[in-house]
Design a protein around this ligand. Structure first.
Ligand code: URA
Length: 435
C-alpha cells in the first residue's frame, strides 16, 4: 500500500477500506508518512467527506494508536466533557473543578487552539509553570490526589490525534464532521471514562455553523460513545456570539476564575452549571439534573470549586497565586477600541472572525511551531439584542505587536451587524441529543 495512491483514491471520491485507514493512521503516527502527504489526504477528505464506515474505522484507528487507560484504583465514576470549540469557550476550566469538588473524577484530555477557536491547553499554559504534558504516571497521581487532571494528547494516549490535530489546525481541514468525530472520540474513549458530555457548538463561531450539521455531528459522536459502552449525551449550544465577555488566553483564565468566585458572565455561568449538572447526573452523583444544578451552584457558592482549581493548578506545577493575583498572568501592553458607527440593536455577529482576528494578533497559530501570545485578547462589550449608539465601544483589543492590528480591527468592525429591529432572543442551549 502507498500513501500517494490513497490520496488519489480520496481525491477521486473513493471509499477507503478499514485496512487503508489503518495504514494511513499508523504510518503517520510512526512518522513514516510525512506531513505533506497527510495534509493532502486531509484536504481531499475535507472536500470529499467520509462515509459512516470510514468515520468508524478512523475513530478506531486513532483510538488504538495509543493506550486506552483505565483507573481501577479510583473510587467513584470517571466523567468528562468535550466541546467542539468556539470563541471564548472556556467552560472546561470551570466545570472540571466543580465536578471534581463534587466527588467525581475528571481525567480530561484536551486540545490546543484549532482553527479560529482557542484550546484549553493553551489557556492553562498561560498560568506560569502549568504543565499540560504529564506522563501517564503523573496523570494518574494528580487525578488520584485531586480528582481532576488536564493534559493534552501524548505519545501514550491518542498520539494519532496529537499529530493530526496539529496538522489540521494549520491546513484549514478542521470543519468536517468525520474528522471532528474521530478526533474528539479517539481522545475521549482513551481516557477510561464512564460517561461523556459533549458540548456541540452551532452558529457563526462554530465549526458547524448550521444547526442541522451540528446535530449530525452530535449524533455521530453520541452513537460512537454509546457503542463503546459509555453513557454519552450532547448539548447543542449557541455560538452565534462569543461565550462570556472575553476571548484570549490569560483573559479567559481570569474570566473562568471570576465564575468560580460566583461572579462573571451570566451565559458562561449558566452553561458551566448545565454541563456540570449533566456530568453529575451521568456519573450517578445525583439522581436528577435539577439536583446536579443545585450541587454545582452550591460548590461555586461555598468556594469548594475554587479551592479545587487552586489545588489542581499547583499539582500540575502552576503558580496557584494566580487565583488571587491576576497580574501573574501575561498581559498585553496596549489597548485600542472598536467603536460602532451605527445605531440600533446588535442583530448578529460573524463570530468566527473574532477568533481569526485574535489569531492575527498572536492568539493563535499560523504554523505548527508558532508560539501563542497569551496576553492578547478581545473584550466584548455588547451582546446580541443590546441597544447600540454611534460611538459605543463594541470591542476592546488588548495587543502587543501592531503589525496586523489594522487588519484585525477592520475584521472585528465588519463582524457586527447593527439593525433597526431588536432580534428575538436566542436560547443558549438549543437541543439535546442522546437522551
Ligand atoms: N475538538 C477536537 O478535539 N477535535 C476537533 O476536531 C474539533 C474540536
Amino acid at each position: 500500500m502507498r500513501a500517494v495512491d490513497l490520496i488519489r483514491k480520496k481525491r477521486d471520491a473513493g471509499e477507503h477500506s478499514r485496512e487503508e485507514i489503518n495504514f494511513l493512521v499508523s504510518g503517520f503516527t510512526r512518522g513514516e508518512i510525512p506531513d505533506y502527504q497527510m495534509s493532502a489526504w486531509l484536504m481531499a477528505t475535507w472536500i470529499r467527506g467520509l462515509s459512516r464506515a470510514e468515520i468508524a474505522a478512523l475513530t478506531e484507528a486513532m483510538l488504538h494508536s495509543g493506550e486506552m487507560v483505565s483507573f481501577p484504583e479510583l473510587p467513584g465514576k470517571k466523567v468528562d466533557k468535550h466541546s467542539t470549540g468556539g470563541v471564548g469557550d472556556k467552560t472546561s476550566l470551570i466545570l472540571a473543578p466543580i465536578v471534581a469538588a463534587g466527588g467525581l473524577n475528571v481525567p480530561m484530555i484536551s486540545g490546543r487552539g484549532l482553527g479560529h477557536t482557542g484550546g484549553t491547553l493553551d489557556k492553562l499554559e498561560s498560568i506560569p509553570g502549568f504543565n499540560t504534558v504529564l506522563s501517564l504516571t503523573d496523570f494518574r497521581l494528580v487525578l488520584r490526589e485531586c480528582g481532576m487532571a488536564l493534559i493534552g494528547q501524548t505519545a501514550e494516549i491518542a498520539p494519532a490525534d496529537k499529530k493530526i490535530y496539529a496538522l489540521r489546525d494549520v491546513t484549514s481541514t478542521v470543519e468536517n464532521v468525520g474528522l471532528i468525530c474521530a478526533s474528539i472520540m479517539s481522545k475521549k474513549l482513551a481516557e477510561g471514562i464512564d460517561a461523556l458530555v459533549l458540548d456541540v457548538k452551532t452558529g457563526s463561531g462554530a465549526f458547524m455553523q448550521r444547526e442541522e450539521d451540528s446535530v449530525l455531528l452530535a449524533e455521530l459522536m453520541v452513537e460512537t460513545g454509546q457503542l463503546m459502552g459509555k453513557k454519552t449525551v450532547a448539548l447543542i449550544t449557541d455560538m452565534d456570539q462569543p461565550l462570556g465577555r472575553f476571548a484570549g488566553h490569560s483573559h479567559e483564565v481570569i474570566e473562568s476564575l471570576e465564575v468560580l468566585k460566583s461572579r462573571g458572565a451570566a451565559d458562561l455561568r449558566e452553561l458551566s452549571i448545565e454541563l456540570s449538572a449533566w456530568m453529575f447526573y451521568l456519573g450517578e452523583r445525583t439522581k436528577s439534573l435539577d439536583e446536579g444544578r443545585l450541587l454545582a451552584q452550591k460548590l461555586l457558592a461555598s468556594g469548594e470549586a475554587l479551592k479545587k482549581f487552586r489545588q489542581g493548578v499547583s499539582l500540575q506545577g502552576g503558580d496557584a497565586r494566580v487565583v488571587d493575583d491576576y497580574a501573574i498572568l501575561p498581559q498585553a501592553e496596549n489597548r485600542t477600541e472598536v467603536k460602532s458607527t451605527a445605531r440600533g440593536f446588535l442583530a448578529a455577529t460573524n463570530c468566527m472572525e473574532f477568533g481569526v482576528a485574535l489569531a492575527m494578533l498572536g492568539g493563535g497559530r499560523e504554523q505548527k511551531e508558532d508560539k501563542i501570545d497569551p496576553g492578547v485578547g478581545l473584550e466584548f462589550h455588547k451582546r446580541i439584542g443590546d441597544c447600540v449608539a454611534v460611538g459605543d465601544t463594541l470591542v476592546t483589543i488588548h495587543y502587543n505587536a501592531d503589525s496586523k492590528l489594522a487588519e484585525a480591527k477592520q475584521l472585528i468592525a465588519e463582524s457586527f451587524r447593527i439593525a433597526d429591529q431588536q432580534p428575538p432572543a436566542k436560547k443558549l442551549i438549543r437541543r439535546l441529543v442522546g437522551t
